[in-house]
Design a protein around this ligand. Structure first.
Ligand SMILES: [Zn+2]
Ligand SMILES: [Zn+2]
Length: 139
């Protein structure tokens, strides 16, 4: 059995459990990710939806979007916890909400074409103007 990781929002009302089996992880610099997090970029890790579950406070979620794709925030404190993507097949966990350390590490910067001018990437990870490979990291 794979290790399970837990995560939660700022206030703790919403908690989730996810298998430590992320398929990919990246730092997304697109304007949507910047706005929804208030940060220079969003580190996220993707996994099949069935390997992720909200364990507490599901009724407190604030869903921005629809059943095939949305951002899920805590309705009390506003933390972005995860996004449902790829027609609902995958979840992109906002890595900043993980309480446990996942095995995966972000392997690329994506949507660098939309990067904030005030932020400079200082690591050696590959940079992509948009997606890494069409369909593999659908943010
Ligand atoms: Zn909260
Ligand atoms: Zn993005």
């Amino acid at each position: 059995m794979a290790r399970k990781l837990v995560g939660k929002c700022l206030c703790g009302a919403v908690q989730y459990a996810v298998r430590d089996e992320f398929v990919y992880a990246a730092n997304c610099h697109c304007s949507n990710c910047r706005r929804t997090t208030g940060s220079a970029f969003k580190p996220f890790a993707g996994i099949e939806r069935e390997k992720f579950a909200v364990s507490e406070g599901e009724e407190k979620l604030l869903i921005f979007g629809d059943s095939s794709g949305h951002d899920a925030h805590c309705g009390l404190c506003g933390s972005l916890l995860y996004s449902l993507v790829r027609e609902g097949a995958f979840v992109h966990v906002a890595m900043g909400t993980l309480a446990d350390d996942p095995s995966i590490r972000p392997s690329a910067h994506i949507f660098v074409g939309s990067k904030a001018g005030w932020f400079t990437i200082t690591d050696d990870l590959p940079q992509y103007q948009e997606h890494v490979i069409a369909g593999s990291v659908d943010e």
